[in-house]
Design a binder for this molecule. Sequence first.
Ligand code: GRF
Length: 194
Amino acid sequence: MGNSLKRVAVLASGNGSNFEAIIQAVEEGRINCSVELVFSDKPDAYVLERAKNHKIPFTSFMIKDFSSKLEYEQELLKILKENQIDILILAGYMRLIGNELLDAFPQRIINIHPSLLPSFPGLHGIEDAFNYGVKYTGVTVHYVDSGIDTGKIINQAVVDIAPDDDLESLEAKIHQTEHIIYPDTLAKLINKGE
Ligand code: GRF
């Protein structure tokens, strides 16, 4: 990717605690990139409030306002291109990425998933692992491809499920781990110019 400062967009649908951890790492100089834009497919997502607080430009529109997913992604791609975005970071973006974006950002879309992939992909990774009764679960940072949480794995961290954990305490442990591993992994990737 060369050595110029990478221009990043974050895509998120909800709370944005991972965005917060990433932007803190950027502000502290731990990730050498410039976060140019936050996009949400949910106009009332709290992540947009966080973007505002950090003075990061943000925009939002909903897929239902378009006649197809293709048109929705074309509009998003137009904005990403206008902002000369190099890398897309997904942080709780609750949609499958379509070919329009995949083709425009080959090996340049990164996601975090709250389980040890390939176990427990999909929307309920934490709960599914908890209900299954596994003793170890965790967090995976991976490249995004057209499947559901199937892209090449970049990094993982293990979280143990203790006998006295309930779903709530496990969720807290998972999120704590995410907030460490995601910025660290992005720093390693982006700082060495990959
Ligand atoms: C995280 O658990 C992440 O792994 C998953 O969605 C959740 C987003 O949380 N993809 P937040 O919006 O970053 O707080």
